[in-house]
Design a protein around this ligand. Structure first.
Ligand code: HAM
Length: 423
């Protein structure tokens, strides 16, 4: 016999004991985002590879090393999405949504072939928020305060906001050259990873986690000197807004992000409670991307949070475990099964938020009672042959010391409604 198949490395199942926590997480986040006037857009998991090459950037790690890319049966080059922003811009343009400002959000799995470890997966889940058509820092501040609102709703307080400005593409180009010169002068001190970034993407060397490079990185020229008046004004205005909103932030001049589309504001929410993978949410402005995709120049800004990491931190989440049933129906023979199926339907119609479980698979009363007990139900309904013939069922309190009662079939729905109204 061959060994049972396993899931792909870095890709997990969410088991019944955890799905309640996920529901809570997604629902809480959805309510906060919708409450700020954002509308959901549902985006596909597969896109043309070119979409990501042209947005995230041909030379980034995500595009060069991490995408799940393949040629389909028509010969089209496709990739599983590694993030949602590119698809969101593509869809908004394709459907003419950008004639007016838009506030959008999306959720779902993303795919990156990274080295799996705690907090870093090959399939992970994001909720992303994107706003189009707002040029000023007011919307940057709104999005940041929206994420702060999320942390409050989820019971997360051990997070720190780091912000930086990446200026305009021209300003960044100047800085890139200066940084390249600097690291070239110190090439012998670089590790292999940083050396490979030197020509492709020198800004990413600033992101290096290698302790041996920290001194070199700390002494690297800062971007701030290249920021023009407009970029500075945008950044200063954003900070004033955050101060007014009472959002604490830390300016991190080394914050560069791993995607190429950013301009001006970039930020990350980080925690030191999750080990190496401490960024729970990240985003920023990408004013050039819509035009880069052939649209009218449209300012844009957004963020995405990593749900696996956020759930780890959320103290408001319910404990793991499957939700208990409310009522368990036990038909003891074939005739009773006919009655029980109908009764279960009536109870489900009348009590739509309750879990009504119908025993399947037959068995003795003892065996069925065991299952009923394991289901966690408070109430059991026993349908025996004699009872059914009399048009009755027995109501059994599975968690309380109360005597069993015989109920007329017609009275069961109203009785259970009354029982559950009490709790
Ligand atoms: P990102 O920084 O690549 O940005 O990802 C956002 C968040 O997704 C990260 O902060 C992290 O919480 C989570 N994440 C990323 N990779 C993994 C992984 N391998 N395993 C688990 N969680 C992960 C973006 O994706 C941009 N689209 C954000 C954005 C939206 N910028 C503007 N609008």
């Amino acid at each position: 016999m061959s060994a049972p198949l396993q899931a792909v490395r870095g890709i997990s199942d969410i088991l019944p004991a955890d799905s309640g926590r996920w529901h809570w997480l997604e629902q809480t986040i959805r309510e906060v985002i919708a409450g700020c006037g954002y509308h959901e857009i549902r985006l596909p998991l597969l896109e043309r590879t070119e979409l990501f090459q042209r947005s995230i950037g041909d030379l980034t790690d995500i595009v060069q090393k991490e995408m799940y890319t393949f040629t389909d049966r028509n010969g089209d080059e496709l990739s599983l999405r590694p993030e949602g922003t590119a698809s969101c811009v593509r869809a908004a343009l394709q459907h003419g949504l950008l004639q007016q400002p838009q506030r959008l959000w999306y959720q779902g799995p993303m795919f990156r072939h990274e080295r799996p470890q705690k907090g870093r997966y090959r399939q992970f889940h994001q909720i992303g928020v994107e706003a189009f058509g707002f040029p000023g820092p007011d919307i940057d501040a709104e999005l940041i305060t929206l994420s702060a609102r999320l942390w409050r709703a989820l019971g997360i307080d051990a997070v720190r906001l780091e912000i930086n400005s990446l200026g305009t593409p021209d300003e960044r180009q100047q800085y890139r050259r200066e940084l390249q010169d600097y690291f070239r002068r110190h090439e012998a001190e670089l590790d292999d990873d940083s050396r490979s970034r030197l020509e492709r993407n020198p800004l990413r060397i600033l992101d290096s986690k290698n302790p041996a490079l920290q001194q070199l990185v700390a002494a690297a020229p800062l971007f701030e000197q290249h920021l023009g008046a407009e970029s500075r004004a945008h950044d200063a205005h954003l900070r004033r807004l955050l101060d007014a909103a009472g959002v604490v932030y830390h300016h991190n001049p080394r914050l560069v992000r791993g995607l190429d589309y950013y301009t001006h504001t970039v930020y990350e929410w980080v925690t030191d409670q999750l080990g190496a993978q401490g960024t729970i949410c990240a985003g920023g402005r990408y004013d050039g991307l819509v035009a880069q995709f052939g649209g009218k120049p449209t300012p844009a800004v957004g963020f995405a949070l990593g749900l696996e990491r956020v759930l780890e931190l959320a103290t408001g989440a319910p404990a793991p475990g499957e939700a208990a049933a409310d009522c368990y129906l036990m038909p003891l023979d074939a005739t009773a099964e006919l009655v029980a199926l109908r009764l279960a339907g009536q109870l489900r119609d009348a009590l739509p938020r309750r879990r009504i479980v119908l025993h399947c698979g037959g068995g003795s009363l003892r065996a069925q009672m065991k299952r009923a007990d394991r289901s966690g139900a408070a109430l059991g309904l026993i349908l025996g042959a004699d009872e059914c013939a009399r048009g009755e069922v027995s109501l059994k309190y599975l968690r309380a010391d109360r005597p069993q009662e015989a109920l007329s079939l017609d009275a069961v729905v109203a009785r259970l409604q009354a029982e559950f109204a009490r709790v």
